[in-house]
Design a protein around this ligand. Structure first.
Ligand code: BGC
Length: 720
């Protein structure tokens, strides 16, 4: 009897097709109509997904980095039956990174911030987006807007946009928009307060809500509200006792509720600590694999995660692809207009370089007989920053050194842009000789025998590693460390016409400053850096960059003299609160080496006749006359700072607006700076802790106009 029954079962299975090896293919889902809204289109796909398809979208494949398709850092396979593309998540902040191959090595993001030019910052983002498309990758992990003011020694300063939330927020937003307009998903990171690399996976940031909202979080808020960002990367660190990747207050409270962020939150690489807890707190995607999210099925069954939350996670990922137009215009490997991208790289390097000192040697006069070029690898290239933001430049690197430094596994990459060659090209009649600086006395002898000495001082820095101080520290393991401060001193002592070109991540102290005749901060200038620097040194380009970060005299003037670190979880207390960057120096009455907003030109400007008006909705308008009183065409950045009602306890001044204006010699123009918040927090506002909202306080406000945070005079006052 039992034999008969089992035969009957076999016959039944045969006829219904169940139990066959290949399951019935799932139906093809036609593209949802573009006439529908982003959310409606996403909802159609999510509704048609199986549970397994959903569970595959919320984490990466965990492939070994070198094996991730298209050289990406992270990979989420697509769903072909729905036309949903595979996601390839790629760094970095200053070009396209990971193992994608060659792409445009842009100047650092800090250099872009130093241009104070939102249109050029948008072009920077366009280059990133075009390179993403050319590599066939589609989620860009570049929008690092951690502020470099709390800890300027952070190894990732070069990826940031400086210390001021409004300047950094807007420059970052312009980058993100430029990239997004190439139909690439953009990601803003590392949310939040991931301001030091030392112990970044163990540090717990202690900060009060108002200070966080008005500083580090404000920079994020601007990007999220003004740049259609669809991905946010949670930081490695924890804030007020909760890991960022499972902080309900940050991910759900601040981001998704207060800011109405519609996109998805992705973990930093291996930065997750739980499955159910993280998902319910607001994490939507785990990277690069599924260390914790592989347990999602079980978490659903156990009721730790709700089905509606899983559907929300998937919806957010799918809507991102529709929102930026990636579904309709998928990426596939192709070519890029290299010369157009390199032209942007050079323009950013030229506009972002900041002339800090010049007692008459710049621009270099024609007819120089001899020039000494001094500094490590200045014959072959310019240095770039290390870490996941590292970029293999077009045409290949000039040199890749193993850093060998404990704490960083990233190499030191020199980009193929030779200062020696660029300067030789500008001075065909001069004898241009090179010394690598390895012997200060030999370099000084060369300097003594030359009309002018130009020292290319390089400060490498990298993700995963902070600088111990702000002087020129050799972070690269060499048999005998190179002391570039000493090198500059020796060269300057030998030649009174010593010019220092700094290639560095951000703030720099200069114990040798009084001995040199000129200093140009060129940041990490990218793969057209040497050409840009030579154009500035010889006066073909008039410098117009302004510091997006304070240069202190010494790290002893920072809120924390030592960077906290430990091999077990530890706290860092941001009790300087609202006083970050120049606001710290202003509030404490400390004289910086060079203030935020500062930068010289080869021409002179006069800012005069300010008028201040306040319109409806607290729209502040400041008008000034700007005159170029010198002999060369140049650009000035007119900056507006605000003092707040005394009762608020704010730092003395905050930047609220600016405009960069180019004028020919002898010309003048009227410049109007309108201060409004776009859709994000209003620059006149403060965070009202009790109301848990931005508010504008009654009281007396002062408006200051000038060309640096320390050179701005009272333009007017108003009372609210
Ligand atoms: C970095 C992220 C980066 C990720 C992927 C992490 O180490 O902190 O910024 O996007 O790696 O490369």
């Amino acid at each position: 009897m039992s034999t008969i029954r089992s035969h009957a079962l076999i016959v039944f299975l045969f006829f219904c097709g169940c139990g066959s090896a290949s399951p019935k293919p799932l139906p093809t889902i036609p593209p949802p109509s573009p006439a529908l809204s982003t959310d409606e289109r996403a909802a159609i796909l999510v509704a048609a997904m199986t549970q397994d398809e959903k569970l595959r979208l919320i984490h990466g494949t965990g492939e070994v980095l070198s094996a991730v398709p298209r050289g990406a850092a992270g990979h989420v396979p697509g769903i072909p039956r729905m036309g949903f593309p595979s996601l390839y998540l790629v760094d970095g902040s200053v070009g396209i990174g990971n193992t994608t191959g060659e792409s445009t090595a842009l100047p650092s993001a800090m250099a872009s911030a130093a241009t104070w030019d939102l249109d050029l910052a948008y072009q920077y983002g366009v280059v990133l987006g075009k390179d993403m498309r050319a590599h066939g990758v589609n989620v860009h992990l570049g929008g690092n807007v951690n502020l470099a003011g709390r800890e300027p020694r952070t190894g990732r300063a070069f990826e940031t946009k400086g210390e001021d939330p409004i300047l950094a927020g807007r420059i970052n937003a312009a980058h993100l928009l430029g990239t997004r307009d190439q139909n690439v998903v953009t990601c803003i990171k590392h949310f939040a307060l991931n301001d030091q690399e030392t112990g970044r996976e163990l540090v717990n940031v202690v900060i009060d809500e108002r200070a966080a909202r008005e500083t580090d979080l404000l920079a994020f808020e601007i990007g999220i509200k003004d740049a259609d960002v669809q991905a946010v990367m949670a930081g490695y660190n924890s804030v007020r006792g909760a890991w960022c990747s499972e902080s309900e207050s940050l991910l759900t409270g601040v981001l998704k509720q207060d800011w109405a962020f519609p996109g998805f939150v992705v973990s930093d690489w291996f930065g997750t600590h739980s499955c159910g807890h993280a998902a319910m707190a607001g994490l939507d995607m785990e990277m690069p694999g599924s260390t914790h999210f592989s347990g999602m099925k079980a978490a659903l069954e156990a009721g730790e995660v709700t089905q509606s939350r899983l559907d929300d996670m998937v919806h957010r990922i799918v809507r991102a692809v529709f929102a930026v137009g990636l579904y309709d215009r998928p990426t596939s490997p192709g070519t890029v207009d290299a010369s157009a991208n390199l032209a942007v790289a050079q323009a950013v390097a030229e506009q972002g370089a900041v002339l800090l000192k010049n007692i008459g040697d710049l621009p270099l006069p024609p007819g120089l007989g001899s020039i000494a070029i001094i500094g490590p690898n200045a014959d072959i290239g310019v240095v770039s920053g290390g870490g996941s933001a590292g970029v293999t430049p077009m045409g290949g690197s000039a040199l890749v050194e193993v850093s060998g430094f404990v704490g960083s596994w990233f190499p030191v990459r020199w980009l193929p842009s030779s200062p020696l060659a660029a300067i030789r090209a500008k001075a065909p009649g001069a004898t241009v000789r090179f010394h690598d600086g390895s012997s200060a006395s030999d370099a000084a002898s060369l300097a003594a025998a030359s009309d002018v000495a130009i020292v290319f001082a390089t400060q490498w820095s990298s993700e995963s590693l902070d600088r111990p101080a702000l002087n020129l520290t050799d972070l690269v393991h060499r048999s005998s460390p190179l002391d570039q401060d000493e090198l500059i001193r020796a060269v300057a002592a030998a030649n009174g016409h010593t010019i220092v070109v700094l290639e560095g991540p951000g703030a720099q102290s200069m114990p040798w400053l009084s001995g040199v005749s000129a200093v140009l901060a060129a940041w990490y200038p990218g793969q057209r850096g040497a050409e840009a620097i030579a154009n500035i040194l010889f006066g073909d380009v008039n410098p117009s960059g302004k510091l997006p970060i304070t240069f202190p005299k010494t790290h002893l003037d920072l809120p924390r003299v030592l960077i906290a670190g430990s091999s077990t979880p530890f706290d860092v207390l941001y009790d300087e609160g609202l006083r970050t960057g120049y606001k710290w120096f202003d509030a404490q009455g400390i004289e910086p080496l060079f203030p935020f907003g500062f930068g010289l030109s080869y021409t002179t400007f006069v800012i005069a006749n300010p008028t201040v008006s306040l319109g409806g909705g607290n729209q502040l308008s400041v008008t000034v006359d700007l005159a170029n009183t010198g002999t060369r065409t140049g650009a000035e950045v007119v900056q507006v700072y605000l003092s707040m009602p005394a009762s608020l306890g704010e730092p003395p001044r905050r930047l609220v607006g600016w405009q960069k204006v180019t004028l020919p010699p002898g010309a003048n123009t009227q410049v109007t700076i309108r201060v409004d918040g776009n859709s994000s927090a209003h620059p006149l506002g403060y965070w009202d802790e009790a109301a848990r909202a931005w508010a504008i306080a009654p009281g007396d406000y002062g408006v200051y106009v000038g060309n640096s945070s320390r050179n701005a005079s009272l333009a007017g006052t108003f009372r609210l």
